[in-house]
Design a protein around this ligand. Structure first.
Ligand code: NAD
Length: 437
C-alpha cells in the first residue's frame, strides 16, 4: 500500500484516485476548486460517470480515499504524486502546460523526502524531462525524486471499468526505485497479468499521443468511407463489419457519425501535429484526420439541409448534446457547431440531452432552449437530428415520433435507428453511410 496524492480531481483524477484506492492504496484527491472538494466531502460526485459513485463511496467508507483542497499538505504527506490537471489546447494547437507546471512548482516547494512525481495528464514528449529540470531548479540538489510518466487510457462513459480493467498500463520510468514503487501502486493489476509496458519517459509520453491520434484517424477514415457509401447506395455497417473481421484492422472505432469530439482527440491530435512541427516531422495523416473531422460537422448539416433546404423559421429538435453517450462532457462536442450552423440558417432550435444540457448551457450556449423530455422537444418539429447515441434515443418509438412531429424528417447522425422502421413509418431520413439503402 502506497501513500498517493492526486492533483486535479476531474474526470481522470477522480476516477484514478478512486481506482487506486480500490487497489489498496491510501489516496488523497486534491484540487484548487474548493467547491468541487466540498461536494466530494459531502458525498456528491461532480461529474456524471456510470459506477463512479459506488466506487467512491466504497473507498471513502474504507477510509482509503479522502478529498482535500490543501494541495501543499497533501503533497507533503504523499510518496507518489499524480498530476492529473487539464492540458487544453493552446493558441497554436500545442498542449497548454501551464497547470502542469504550476502543480510541479507546488510539489517542488513541498518536498522534504523522496517522492515520485507522475504525469497522468496527457503531456507532450519531453514534458517529463522538462518537469524534472523545473523541480530540480526549485528544490535544489539534495532532495531525491523521480519523474514518471503514466498516461491514462480510460474513456469517459466507461471510465471506472476501463481504469479497473485496463488493456494495458504504461509506465515511463528512469530508475529501478521508481519502477518498484509504481508496480506496487498497480499491484492488483500486476498480479492479474494485465500487460505492463515499462519503458523510458519519451516512449511512454508518445504512446498516449500515438494511440489517440491513431483512433482519431480510424474515425475520420470510416466517416469518409460512409460519406461515399451514402452517395452510392452502399451500407456502411456491412462494410465496417466486413473490414473489422480482418484481424489486422479490428472492428473497433469503425462506427461513422458526426466526427470525434470530447476533451481528448481534438486537442491531442493538434498537439501531436504541433510537436511534430517542432521537430521537423510532418504528421500528414493526422492533419488529414483533423481536417476530415472538422468537415464532418458540415456533412451532418448538409443532410439537414437536404431534408429542409430552407431552415429559416423551421423547428429543429436536436437530440443529444454530449460528445458521446454516458457522459456529461460537452467539450468539443459536434453538437456545438451543428447547433450554431442551424442557428445561422435561421432554424428555431430546441435540444434535449438526458444529462449534458446543463453543461452545454453553462459552458457554451447559455441561450439554448433545452427541454426536459424527448416528447416536449420533438412535438411540432419540422426536423429531428440525433447527435448522441444515448440508449434512451436508441429506443425512440418511431410511430409516436411521427405523430408528434409536424413533418417526419430525421437525420440520424449516429445510425441508431432501424432503416426498415424509418421506411415503414414513412420518414424522410438521412443517416451516415446508409441513407440510400
Ligand atoms: P478536468 O478538467 O476534468 O480536470 C482537471 C482538474 O484539475 C480540474 O478539477 C481543475 O480544477 C484541476 N486543477 C487545475 N489546475 C490545478 C492546480 N494548479 N492544482 C490543483 N488542481 C488543479 O480534466 P480531465 O478530463 O480529467 O483531464 C485531465 C488530463 O487527463 C488531461 O491532460 C487529459 O488530456 C487527460 N486525459 C483525459 C481523459 C478523459 O477522458 N477526460 C482520458 C485520458 C487522459
Amino acid at each position: 500500500m502506497r501513500k498517493i496524492c492526486i492533483i486535479g480531481t476531474g474526470y481522470v483524477g477522480l476516477v484514478s484516485g478512486a481506482g487506486l484506492a480500490d487497489f489498496g492504496n491510501d489516496v488523497v484527491c486534491t484540487d484548487i476548486d474548493q467547491a468541487k472538494i466540498d461536494m466530494l466531502n459531502d458525498g456528491q460526485i461532480p461529474i456524471y460517470e456510470p459506477g463512479l459513485k459506488e466506487l467512491v463511496d466504497r473507498c471513502v467508507h474504507t477510509k482509503r480515499l479522502t478529498f482535500s483542497a490543501d494541495v501543499e499538505t497533501s503533497v507533503h504527506d504523499a510518496e507518489v504524486i499524480f498530476i492529473a490537471v487539464g492540458t487544453p489546447m493552446g493558441d497554436n494547437g500545442e498542449a497548454d502546460l501551464r497547470a502542469v507546471e504550476a502543480v510541479a512548482t507546488t510539489i517542488a516547494k513541498n518536498m522534504d523526502s523522496y517522492k515520485i512525481i507522475c504525469t497522468k495528464s496527457t503531456v507532450p514528449v519531453g514534458t517529463g524531462a522538462h518537469l524534472e529540470a523545473l523541480i530540480r531548479a526549485e528544490c535544489g540538489d539534495e532532495t531525491e525524486f523521480d519523474v514518471v510518466s503514466n498516461p491514462e487510457f480510460l474513456r469517459e462513459g466507461s471510465a471506472v471499468k476501463d481504469f479497473l480493467n485496463p488493456d494495458r498500463v504504461v509506465l515511463g520510468v528512469n530508475s529501478e526505485r521508481a519502477e518498484k514503487v509504481m508496480k506496487d501502486v498497480y499491484r492488483p493489476l500486476f498480479i492479474n497479468e494485465t500487460p505492463m509496458v515499462i519503458t523510458n519517459l519519451p516512449s511512454s509520453e508518445m504512446i498516449k499521443y500515438a494511440s489517440n491520434a491513431f483512433l482519431a484517424v480510424k474515425i475520420s477514415f470510416i466517416n469518409e468511407v460512409a460519406n461515399l457509401a451514402d452517395k452510392v447506395g452502399a451500407d456502411i455497417h456491412t462494410i465496417a463489419r466486413a473490414m473489422g473481421l480482418d484481424g489486422r484492422i479490428s472492428s473497433k472505432f469503425l462506427h461513422p457519425g458526426p466526427g470525434y469530439g470530447g476533451s481528448c482527440f481534438p486537442k491531442d491530435t493538434e498537439a501531436l501535429v504541433h510537436t511534430g512541427d517542432q521537430h521537423g516531422v510532418q504528421f500528414q495523416v493526422v492533419e488529414a484526420a483533423i481536417k476530415a473531422n472538422k468537415s464532418q460537422r458540415n456533412v451532418i448539416l448538409g443532410k439537414a439541409k437536404e431534408l429542409l433546404p430552407d431552415l429559416n423559421g423551421k423547428v429543429v429538435a436536436v437530440l443529444g448534446l454530449a460528445f458521446k453517450a454516458n457522459t456529461d462532457d460537452v467539450r468539443d462536442t459536434p453538437a456545438l457547431e451543428i447547433i450554431q450552423g442551424l442557428n445561422e440558417g435561421g432554424a428555431v432550435v430546441r435540444a434535449y440531452d438526458p444529462i449534458a444540457s446543463e453543461n452545454m448551457k453553462k459552458y457554451f450556449l447559455p441561450d439554448l432552449n433545452t427541454l426536459e423530455s424527448v416528447k416536449e422537444t420533438v412535438t411540432g418539429a419540422d426536423l429531428v437530428i440525433i447527435l448522441t447515441e444515448w440508449n434512451e434515443l436508441r429506443g425512440l418509438g418511431l410511430e409516436a415520433l411521427k405523430q408528434q412531429m409536424k413533418t417526419p424528417n430525421i437525420v440520424d447522425a449516429r445510425n441508431i435507428l432501424s432503416v426498415d422502421q424509418l421506411k415503414e413509418f414513412g420518414f424522410n431520413y438521412r443517416n451516415v453511410g446508409r441513407s440510400k439503402i
